[in-house]
Ligand binder design. Structure first.
Ligand SMILES: C[S@@+](CC[C@H](N)C(=O)[O-])C[C@H]1O[C@@H](n2cnc3c(N)ncnc32)[C@H](O)[C@@H]1O
Length: 286
């Protein structure tokens, strides 16, 4: 039957670009999705001894094409999902995927710019909120004024407070990069052992939320479990790590300078970026 299908060229181009994008998974979407699934399963088990959905709704902020929600729906952990994103193409792709997966009546896709006012005044209450790899962009993509005025840390405390009013279970993914989040702490190390993930842990501990677990995306295995890998670095003195770190920073900057001047790309093609991304699981109560 498939041999008979003729697809217009422009659509084929879109399908090709989706295929090449999703074949790399540079941002650890698959491992994060498994991690989210197993965290939600634990949350449901604690909530009422349930492991299957009973009208549970998930809201996915900056949800792109809804990969995480799709997998929660398909594994029957939740009943309904609402995906918010600013990008209408991502949402459209998600809608098509939901139809192909036969769950279009359980997924809603909404084009919406998330900001603190929307979250406070308009976001519906829900059992679960996912907000992955969105809030480290606050301060230049959205909520620019408030983040610059209050600082990103104080801003995130307010976001956590709002989320506490809106849901029982929150999965927050954040990237700590050299230049992001803006208006916050300077990274202590450039490449290794960036202390900001632990600084953010302190912000959570100062909120009403209970931090169930958090992990570096790199350290989530394919079965969705987070395991801290013990590397050689753990046994080296900090001062030595910082020297290696400085060396790496220099090499990476030199590479970027060379690429910009010559137009020659030196980067390896399949580089993943997961070592700078973290995922935090927050629940109410203990
Ligand atoms: C880095 S991607 C993360 C996608 C997905 N949540 C994940 O973790 O893989 C950020 C997504 O947020 C969307 N986005 C950026 N700013 C937004 C905003 N203010 N409101 C809603 N979506 C936003 C982008 O279009 C993009 O799909």
């Amino acid at each position: 039957m498939t041999a008979y299908i003729q697809i217009p060229d422009e659509i084929l181009q879109v399908l090709k670009s989706i295929r090449s994008g999703s074949s790399k998974d540079r941002f650890g979407v698959i491992s994060r999705s498994r991690f989210i699934e197993s965290s939600v399963r634990e949350f449901l088990a604690k909530k009422g001894g349930e492991t299957e959905n009973s009208g549970i709704r998930v809201i996915d902020l900056g949800g792109n094409s809804g990969y995480f929600s799709y997998s929660l729906l398909k594994s029957n952990l939740v009943d309904q999902a609402v995906i918010y994103d600013t990008n209408k193409n991502y949402l459209e792709i998600g809608r098509v995927v939901s139809v192909l997966g036969g769950i279009e009546n359980r997924m809603q896709f909404k084009q919406q710019k998330i900001d603190i006012d929307f979250l406070r005044d308009k976001l519906l209450k829900s059992d679960i909120i996912l907000a992955n790899n969105l809030f480290h962009h606050a301060g230049y993509l959205f909520d620019n004024d408030v983040v610059e005025r209050e600082g990103w840390g104080e801003y995130m405390s307010q976001i956590l407070e709002i989320f506490h009013e809106k849901c029982d279970f929150l999965v927050l993914g954040l990237g700590f990069k050299e230049s992001l989040p803006k208006f916050w702490l300077e990274p202590k190390f450039f490449y290794f052992a960036d202390s900001r993930a632990n600084e953010f842990e302190k912000i959570i501990n100062g909120s009403k939320w209970n931090l169930a677990t958090f992990a570096r995306v790199d350290e989530i295995s394919t079965d969705g479990k987070a395991q801290k890998s013990t590397s050689l670095l753990d046994n080296l003195p900090k001062v030595l790590i910082s020297q290696i770190d400085l060396g790496l920073k220099f090499i990476i900057r030199l590479r970027a300078w060379f690429e910009e001047k010559t137009g020659v790309a030196l980067r390896t093609r399949n580089n993943t970026r997961t070592h700078k991304y973290w995922i935090y699981v927050l629940s109410k109560g203990s």
